[in-house]
Design a protein. Structure first.
Length: 380
């Protein structure tokens, strides 16, 4: 298995956890290959697997500076490819599985070994969100972007099967790599995020990393226009700036525990979702709590929000978001809960198992048609 970096436990690592569970149910997992690793605990299933980390990830200060090391990613992936080849020589591998939103999908598997990539997005800094980075990063992208895009596009040939986390990402994969992708939405904790049938307030809610592309400024202006209380959950690089200029009807809570976040989703009237996301697991968690969602009519939200049934879709303006939130507030909570069940963890694992099993069966058939003497027992 492979993952861009192991430096915390967020949505990408949750997907990795479930993919690893499926892979382990189908056979032995040799290791997780990654460019960077902070050595911290993730889940018992992931922590039990050996980790192969690139030399780049072992450099002093590499963890904090990893996003500045973009031009070195191809070399790190090339080194991990060499390690993968060595692992295969010691004990044949039947399948390479990567989960990627950066560069690890560029791994080249040994000859005859299929590579399936669960793609959260083609590298955003190369293909879709370069304008969302700081001035120095944009300068670096102007210097290296063309060659990095060429490398990223060429290494798509190393992937036998792409899985996209949304219809939106499937389209991005087609645009960037000229490849088709199967859509399997990421797993949501629909057995934890559940309603409690208690009373809801009249206030609105916004949740996430407080970064420019999340468009909390749009949510704040929508609440100001509507004269509605807005609670913002999360932290990030632009929080201090937004707090300095916020109107009196806006409250920042900072980061919350899962239990506290669930309480917020159980008691708000509407979740505001003004950004363009690859998917948007927060919107699914809100729906699972019975909370309607007012979302921008782009990106992963199109796979989640049923306009007029579980929320409302709109363009990106504050006025449109305020009007959508007003419409969404009248949506039926039970419809939201039912909608969220499409994205449960069991459903995700079953869909991933089907894809991996089909690839392993095809690999086994190919091996059987070309038997080799004294061949070691293969494993995924």
């Amino acid at each position: 298995m492979a993952h861009d970096w192991l430096v915390g436990f967020r949505g990408g690592e949750r997907v990795l956890h479930h993919v690893a569970r499926v892979a382990q149910s189908l056979g032995q997992v040799e290791a997780i290959l990654t460019m960077f690793d902070d050595g911290g605990p993730l889940t018992p299933e992931l922590d039990a697997l050996p980790r192969q980390v690139s030399t780049l990830g072992g450099l002093p200060g590499a963890l904090k500076a990893r996003r500045w090391m973009l031009p070195l990613y191809p070399a790190a992936v090339g080194q991990l490819t060499d390690r993968l080849r060595g692992m295969h020589q010691r004990r044949p591998i039947d399948l390479l599985v990567s989960t990627s939103s950066a560069a690890i999908k560029g791994l080249c598997p040994p000859a005859g070994v299929p590579h399936v990539c669960y793609c959260h997005s083609p590298a955003r800094y190369l293909w879709s969100q370069a304008d969302q980075y700081g001035a120095f990063q944009r300068l670096g992208l102007r210097a290296f972007g063309r060659s990095l895009r060429a490398w990223d596009r060429s290494t798509a040939a190393h992937v036998a099967t792409f899985i996209a986390n949304s219809t939106h990402v499937a389209k991005l994969i087609e645009q960037a790599y000229d490849r088709e992708a199967t859509v399997i939405h990421p797993p949501a904790r629909t057995t934890f995020f559940v309603p409690n049938n208690g009373p809801r307030g009249n206030h609105w809610l916004a949740v996430g990393a407080i970064e420019p592309y999340k468009r909390f400024d749009t949510a704040i202006e929508a609440a100001r226009l509507a004269g509605i209380q807005l609670r913002i959950v999360g932290d990030g690089s632009v929080r201090a700036e937004l707090e300095r200029t916020k109107p009196s009807n806006v409250t920042f809570t900072g980061r919350l525990t899962n239990e506290q976040l669930r309480h917020e989703m159980r008691t708000a009237a509407v979740l505001l979702f003004p950004q363009i996301e690859d998917f948007g697991i927060t919107a699914v968690e809100a729906q699972a709590c019975g909370l309607p969602v007012a979302a921008r009519n782009e990106g992963g939200a199109l796979d989640i929000v049923q306009d007029g049934v579980t929320g409302a879709l709109c363009d990106g303006s504050p006025q449109a978001l305020a009007e959508a939130a007003t419409r969404a507030a009248s949506c039926d909570s039970s419809a939201c809960v039912a909608n969220a069940q499409r994205f449960g963890e069991d459903r995700f694992e079953a869909a991933i198992a089907e894809v991996l099993s089909d690839l392993l069966d095809a690999r086994a058939s190919a091996r059987a048609s070309q038997p080799r003497a004294s061949e070691p027992t293969p494993h995924p």
